[in-house]
Design a binder for this molecule. Structure first.
Ligand SMILES: [Zn+2]
Length: 433
């Protein structure tokens, strides 16, 4: 499709401006206050109704919330950096993200489109040769960086809304456009999904930029190989004691956690398919001459099937408990997030391939590719499928200058216009295929 009613060059320029603004002000899971306020203002300019705040969430399903001090600091930072503190006040407590509906003039299906909006817990490279640094839009927020392209995803979502609003007279049915918080760590999708908001979707589309090292102009119509994943923290409790005078009176939580780390990495792999385990952070102890009474680990397991991920998770917990017992400690685990696998619907993939072949800027279509990671869009996709809808998750190709989640990651901004045209074309055309 070509969108003659829109000055696409001007739209792409403006979406790039928005992406750079988001890149400069990245916000981690459940703190995307300024980001959400910016999205809402953009949607309101289009005259769209926007749902946000506690009404779009189920608090028991808001997994992996940062600690209170961090939540408060991020909230205050967002208030000081946003021109819409009135909106941010309504999201206090981590109720970030928003949903809009674009009602078409023609009868037709309900189409769900999801983009994610959060950043990574990474410090951005501040060095020459890294474009965001060279051009003055590198992150202003310590330990926060858009290193996965969700800034581009957000801009794509806004672009999709702008295009569709210009073509409402040709739009069959309606589009539910979701700006999801907390994708990193697989934390945000469950809360939005639990409201039942996506049950009515007949078709549901997600997309991620990058992932594979592809040319700009290449789009993958569907993904497979989503790894099931569980994220959890383990907290070892020991007994503090004088390290010189009475070491035998203590129980060393760091020793227990250390034993757990090396033995979790040694869990036998499953014969049924690929698996992963990572211990990403390790904190413990209070002072040099004190037997440490506390240690904390941030752990994730992954598996190509739910069964394999369960095996990795159960094995990890067995190791944690064994290691705690070895040193007279106890261990508690806290669930922080998860995602399952999903299979895209072949019927919808057929339609997607056909529609993609007509999208301006798309010159190569790959039917399917290995996603190669976890994505909590699968939580929404499974919900849509359980209610009779069809789903697919695409990949918008671009070359990777650095891997995702790396301090030198950057997006090729041409994917923003392509992504917006892809989503808009799918919403306009899918029911005609
Ligand atoms: Zn991502």
């Amino acid at each position: 499709m070509t969108f003659e009613r829109i000055d696409m060059a001007a739209l792409e320029k403006d979406l790039t401006r928005i992406r750079r603004d988001l890149h400069k002000h990245p916000e981690t899971a459940w703190t995307e206050y300024r980001t959400t306020a910016l999205i809402i203002s953009e949607l309101e300019k289009l005259g769209l109704p926007v749902e946000f705040g506690p009404q779009i969430h189920v608090p028991e399903k808001m997994f992996g919330m940062p600690g209170e001090a961090q939540m408060e600091a991020c909230y205050k930072r967002a208030l000081s950096e946003s021109d819409r503190p009135d909106l941010i006040e309504k999201m206090k407590g981590g109720f970030t993200g928003c949903i809009t509906e674009i009602q078409g003039a023609l009868p037709g299906p309900t189409v769900g489109i999801r983009v994610d909006i959060d950043c990574n817990d990474v410090d951005e490279a501040m060095e020459a040769g890294h474009k965001p640094y060279d051009e003055g839009f590198a992150s202003l927020h310590e330990h926060c960086m858009h290193a996965c392209g969700h800034d581009a995803h957000t801009a794509i979502g806004i672009g999709t809304a702008r295009i569709l609003c210009a073509y409402r007279d040709k739009l069959p049915g309606k589009v539910i456009l979701v700006f999801q918080p907390g994708e990193e760590g697989l934390r945000g999708a469950a809360s939005l999904t639990a409201t039942g908001r996506f049950a009515e979707c007949d078709y549901f589309f997600g997309a991620h930029v990058g992932l594979k090292n592809l040319r700009v102009g290449t789009v993958v119509a569907s993904s497979y190989g989503f790894l099931c994943s569980t994220k959890f923290d383990a907290i070892f409790h020991g007994l503090a004691a004088h390290a010189g005078a009475a070491p035998d009176m203590g129980c060393n939580a760091i020793a227990a956690a250390s034993a757990a780390v090396v033995n979790m990495l040694a869990i036998s792999r499953h014969h049924g398919g690929s698996s992963r385990i990572n211990i990403g952070t390790f904190h413990g102890g209070t002072g040099r001459n004190v037997i440490p009474d506390r240690a904390e680990l941030a752990i994730e397991t992954r598996g190509v099937t739910g069964e394999i991920n369960d095996y990795m998770e159960k094995s990890a917990i067995r190791v944690l408990e064994g290691a705690a017992a070895m040193y007279g400690c106890t261990v508690e685990t806290r669930f922080m997030g998860s995602a399952g696998s999903v299979t895209c619907d072949e019927d919808l993939v057929d339609k997607t391939v056909k529609i993609l072949s007509e999208v301006d800027g798309v010159d190569e279509i790959i039917r399917s590719a290995d996603f190669g990671g976890g994505e909590d869009v699968t939580t929404m996709m499974r919900d849509v499928q359980e209610h009779g809808g069809q789903v697919t998750e695409m990949i918008i190709g671009m070359p990777l200058l650095a891997p995702h989640h790396n301090r030198l990651f950057d997006v090729d901004e041409r994917v923003i216009g392509i992504g917006a045209r892809v989503f808009a074309s799918l919403a306009l055309e899918v029911s005609r295929m």
